[in-house]
Design a protein around this ligand. Structure first.
Ligand code: PLP
Ligand code: SF4
Length: 474
């Protein structure tokens, strides 16, 4: 990939790297002395074959504050950082650590992976399980919230523990996978509830399991005839892209229809390795979606969000959800007001391809499930017309299907500029903003086609008839 969505910081390309990948943790940091660590700048200590081996990456994760201090010598280890690391699990793959550019919360990868003292400060309304998942578990580890879907927690382990994780009560330093008994009970539950058509294998991160262990789970779920689709939720394409091996994909392919949702939050995560991992999934016929989390200081910015979303569709990953942070401890410093998400959705619609626009959702407290939030597009409504606004601020009247009894507008024709109520009564069909990029383009491209001045509509071309006022030039 040569586009700018694929960050130049990508380290390991198995097709072209002979040299061991070098890593420069934190720009400007003096390189640690040779032998001091296993991936110092320019070091020859890591072989490319190791670096590209997901098991090597898993074994060499940064799992302690001491290791963190060793890897990032100029990182001040505060008491707060120690406390945060003691409270919530810490793990960073060497690959993901290699994407850190500066040891500062200005750096998105740093923010998402390195413990922060602010995780310890938590207002009283935060709960370990705000979505009451534990109360929707008919079988331990199986969450049945919606009529047709269930979520199975396959493991408590993740390659990298996101500091913003919503399921911190599940992910833990005691990394354990679903037991055979639990799996059997989960499958029995799915069999006795044939209304469940869609099973999400989640965690933790199921792709931290060895392929054969994962296959046992997928196969068991696939053996239930009423299950139509299987989804896997995994962040490995982002934090451990070398996990997406040909062997893994060949296994998954046997259990179609199978979907994957991953979790990119920032364009710097869209490396060549990540693009290759997603490409492998998609090439195997596995539709891949993205579930981002809106995080203060990471992606709560329209420019960053747009680069992320455009980058995702370029690597054939469909932005599915943009999540509002849940009310769990440890993430308060990442939480944005709901208005931020709505503002971002407003900016995206019209500005970029609909394929790249996710749904902004809030998983509501008390287990109510996901609720989409979006700006208001319906401005007003009457029995005969609905008034909508577009991203430019144009107001358009949409006539309802004609019915004898829909009544007529009590409003009398009005000679002045069209008002919203004139759109509601069908006396006018559009109110245009004075000047938009699109209108200016129209004016320049086809002036001869214009039958009336651009602002003609605004000064109210009023007739009383519903159909004749539909603006066929619009
Ligand atoms: C999010 C979620 C699902 C899936 O919801 P979709 O909106 O279909 O993606 C299913 N079960 C639980 C418990 C969930 O949190
Ligand atoms: S990968 Fe998912 S489950 Fe694991 S820590 Fe990140 S958000 Fe939590």
């Amino acid at each position: 990939m040569s586009n700018d969505a694929v960050a130049s910081r990508s380290t390991a390309d198995p097709t072209s790297v002979d040299e061991p990948p070098s890593l420069s943790p934190c720009n400007g940091a003096p390189a640690p002395a040779a032998g001091q660590s296993w991936f110092p700048k320019g070091s020859a200590l890591v072989k490319a074959t190791d670096w590209n081996d997901w098991r090597w990456q898993m074994r060499h994760r940064i799992r302690s504050v001491d290791r963190l201090a060793e890897m990032f010598p100029e990182l001040g280890i505060s008491e707060g950082l120690r406390a945060a690391a003691a409270r919530f699990p810490l793990a960073i793959t060497p690959y993901y650590a290699s994407l850190i550019d500066q040891c500062s919360t200005m750096d998105p990868v740093f923010s998402m992976s390195v413990p922060n003292g602010r995780e310890i400060w938590n207002p009283p309304f935060l709960r370990d399980d705000p979505l009451e998942e534990d109360r929707d578990m008919p079988v331990p580890g199986l969450i049945h919230r919606y009529p047709d879907r269930a979520l199975v927690i396959a493991t408590t382990a993740c390659a990298m523990y996101c500091r913003h994780c919503t399921r911190k009560r599940v992910t833990s330093s005691r990394e354990s996978r679903i037991s055979e008994t639990r799996l059997r009970r989960s499958v029995a539950y799915l069999r006795s509830n044939p209304g469940i058509k869609d099973v999400i294998i989640s965690g933790g991160d199921p792709l931290t399991l060895p392929t054969d262990a994962l296959e046992e789970i997928v196969k068991a779920i696939r053996s239930v005839p009423s299950v139509e689709i299987i989804r896997i939720g995994t962040r490995t394409p982002v934090t451990l892209p070398m996990r997406i091996t040909d062997e893994l994909v060949a296994m998954l392919q046997k259990y179609h229809p199978l979907w994957v949702n991953t979790h990119f939050n920032h364009p710097v995560e869209l490396t060549a390795d990540a693009a290759r991992a997603c490409g492998r999934l998609v090439d195997a016929g596995i539709p891949t979606g993205n579930q981002a989390v809106l995080l203060k200081g990471v992606n709560d910015d329209i420019e960053v969000m747009e680069r992320l979303l455009r980058g995702l569709i370029r690597i054939r990953v469909r932005p599915y959800y943009l999540f509002q942070c849940d009310l769990v401890p440890g993430v308060e410093h990442f939480r944005t007001p709901l208005s931020k998400g709505i503002e971002i959705m407003e900016a995206l619609r019209g500005r970029m391809s609909g394929l790249g626009i996710p749904d902004f959702v809030l998983d509501v407290p008390h287990g109510g499930g996901k609720v989409p939030l979006l700006p208001q597009y319906v401005v007003s409504a009457s029995p005969t017309h609905t008034v909508l606004r577009n991203f430019e601020g144009m107001l358009v009247s949409y006539p309802e299907p004609y019915a004898e009894d829909m009544g007529t507008s009590p409003l009398r024709p009005f000679a002045g500029p069209a008002r919203v109520c004139d759109l509601l009564s069908g006396q006018s069909s559009v109110i245009r903003p004075h000047s938009t990029e699109r209108h200016n383009r129209r004016r320049l491209s086809a002036p001869q086609q214009r039958t009336r001045p651009e602002r003609g509509r605004q000064v109210g071309m009023i007739t009383g008839d519903i159909t004749s006022t539909r603006d066929r030039n619009a």
